[in-house]
Design a protein around this ligand. Structure first.
Ligand code: FES
Ligand code: FE2
Length: 384
């Protein structure tokens, strides 16, 4: 292996070990048709160098769902997030404009906030510099004799933020394409269902001992459902389970069976939307569950579930929500167990690359193609 050269990646300060390029051969990056394609190499799931590569090339350049509008309804409300290792604060201004900034003070890098809340001004927790809600620096205590210092040069660093159907997204890229382009067609495909006014009910985070790509791969196919989720399988008319791949998203959909179940008194449909690289919208009658899949280390992933419902207040709704949370948690435990076993398998000497079911794994194939495109663009840029 050649000497290790660390390089600062643009604004996001992620350090990529460029020797990772040895794992990005033309062969591995090739976009072969699914009928002949192999899955991505196991090293992409296990090699620690991919953690920084993914943060810098995938997560810092795509829209990331970090919260929902109800968290920042009132001027002064804010919430915190972390995107590609960067602390972010999303805040509603006094002018009602929603803004996002790096949660990083321009003095010596302290945090403006350490938990979600509401404020009149943002005050750094370290030495008390204050910022207006539009990010401009206002108060600088005990700074009288400092020279060549102009407050207006030291405002908070802004991050692009947009709302879609009541969900809040940020993008760290300097010239991000609009969120609407990135998520185009999803709203139309779920019509006549509209989720924008559904009420938040619960958040549940899971830490999983696998690479984030293992979790996403697993999400993107229903192939495993009869084996990993025998109970869930009975919910659907599984013979009618389909996968659609669209330019900006993929969708798995299945009609629910005709019998009474916890989501309907028979009938209705399940929709599982995926927006690259790590966002999922799981819709059942009157219920939306979003998943955000965030790598915390090369072999660790945090998956955040937010639950929203059309009705959160009636007694019947409360019972249905409790049932849903318990049921979804069981399904999630099944997925966690299989994903952690797969991570072990990928680490083993026995495995490098596999194949795809043409019928059942188009979603996984499409995800891996997008990943390859992202890595290829980085590699080609790096090699000039
Ligand atoms: S780091 Fe914020 S005031 Fe010093
Ligand atoms: Fe699953």
């Amino acid at each position: 292996m050649g000497c290790v050269r660390w390089r600062e990646m643009e604004y996001c300060h992620t350090m990529i070990d460029e020797t990772v390029v040895t794992q990005l051969s033309d062969d591995a990056l090739e976009a072969t048709p699914i009928e002949r394609a192999e899955t991505i190499p196991s090293s992409w799931y296990t090699d620690a160098r991919f953690h920084a590569l993914d943060d810098a090339t995938v997560f810092a350049h795509n829209w990331q769902c970090v919260g929902y509008r109800g968290q920042v309804e009132v001027p002064g409300d804010y919430f915190l997030a972390n995107v590609a290792g960067n602390p972010i604060i999303v805040i509603r201004g006094k002018d009602r404009v929603l803004r996002a900034f790096y949660n990083v003070c321009r003095h010596r890098g302290g945090p403006l906030a350490t938990e979600d809340g509401s404020c009149e001004v943002l005050q750094c927790k370290y030495h008390g510099w204050t910022y207006l809600l539009d990010g401009s620096l206002r108060g600088v205590p005990k700074f009288d004799r400092v020279e060549l210092f102009d407050r207006k040069d030291y405002g908070l660093v802004p991050v692009q933020v947009e709302c879609w159907e009541g969900l809040v997204f940020v993008n760290l890229a300097d010239a991000a394409r609009p969120l609407g382009d990135a998520i185009d067609g999803v709203k139309e495909r779920m019509a006549p269902i509209t989720i924008g006014n559904w009420q938040f009910a619960h958040r549940q985070d899971y830490d999983v001992r696998c690479n984030w790509k293992v979790y996403v791969d697993n999400y993107l196919e229903g192939y495993h459902i009869p084996f990993v989720h025998p109970e869930l399988c009975k919910l659907y008319d599984y013979q009618k389970y389909v996968t659609e791949v669209h330019p900006t998203y993929s969708l798995q959909a299945a009609p629910l069976g005709p019998e009474d179940n916890i989501y309907s008194s028979g009938g209705g449909e399940a929709f599982y939307f995926f927006v690259f690289p790590n966002f999922m919208l799981n819709i059942l009658p009157g219920r939306l569950q979003t998943n955000l899949v965030v790598p915390t280390a090369a072999d660790r992933t945090r998956v955040m579930f937010w639950y929203f419902y059309e009705d959160v207040s009636s007694a019947d709704a409360k019972r249905r929500i409790a049932d849903d949370l318990a049921y979804s948690d069981r399904v999630q435990q099944e997925d966690i167990e299989i994903c952690e076993r797969v991570q072990e398998g990928l680490r083993s000497r026995a495995y490098d690359r596999g194949r795809f079911s043409v019928d059942q794994e188009q979603g996984v194939y499409d995800f891996q193609l997008r990943l390859k495109r992202t890595y290829r663009e980085w590699r080609d840029r790096e090699s000039g």
